[in-house]
Write a protein that binds this ligand. Sequence first.
Ligand code: SAM
Length: 342
Amino acid sequence: MMTEPLADDFGREETGALSDDFGREVTGVRISLTDRCNFDCIYCHNEGLGDTRGPMEPEDDEMTADEVVRFLEVVEEYGVRKAKFTGGEPMLRGDLEEIVRRTPDSMETSLTTNGTFLPGRAEALREAGLERVNVSQDALDPEAFAEITKSGAYDRVLEGVDAALDAGLDPVKLNMVVFEHTAGYVEDMVYHVAENEGLQLQLIEYMPELTGRPEWSIDIQRVHDWLADIADRIEHREMHDRKRYFVNGGMIEIVDPVENEEFCANCGRVRVTHEGYLKGCLNRNDDLRPMGEMSREEIREAYEETVANRVPYYGEYLKKNGSGEYEINERYIEAPKSTTSD
Ligand code: SAM
């Protein structure tokens, strides 16, 4: 028998979610289904795992559909209520529809995709239970798009967005990474979503942490200020401390995690790599935890350990020094191994 979730003193549902030592409940998982991608975006962090270039054929190291579903069933026991599928390009997986269909009913199921495979598949994904989709679209200009993504598939992406809307995956969130190469297209994108019903825009601050090109960053505060000037209304979401601006009926959200301690303090996600490693933080690769053969018991053990060891990246793993610069908190620097034999 299913038990009804309880409400706490603040009226929030108690889902039984695990919390880390910083009081952050984990209610969502972000699962990378593959490392492969048909694009080669110049800014791509690939969920912190490096280059996506390589063969497009399915690889042996990817979790099987059974493993992904087993993982989801286990974390459902821990109160996880959101599953987002990502990659690489998750739609390169032919069994994505099956995975979505077998995702526990208690979870909100969403997808982040470059959109090129949505035509012909959006309907089936919707029928399988997909609730929301984010499509990466970094510019409205085909040439800029090709330069950023190293792909000529601009028209196909627009078709993909239409296919998602036609399938009822409404609203479709367009993800745009804001950095040197795209800053000039932000205004067009803002008015594009305002003029097209069913679209929302998510402006993602470029994260240089994993790509090593800090010179591409732009000051995201300038975008906040500009939007605040032209917005009819502004909302503040608790999730990740995000701001939402409403412009001419269009909704624009800014996701600005870089050096944002409040963002990290509000992070409630654990990530899973395509090979089945748990990852407590996008920005770190020193906290990967294998789930062994992915038996339920092994998943439980690794998941509990991962949550217990989660640490906010800005504000705890990295702390500001006397000159105001972030550096690794000594607590997380491994003591050098002794070279002398005893
Ligand atoms: N292939 C899919 C796609 O294009 O959306 C999913 C994978 S992609 C890694 C997931 C998201 O990460 C995309 O919205 C992308 O824009 C964002 N992203 C990748 N690298 C980034 C970076 N350096 N800074 C900020 N966002 C980034």
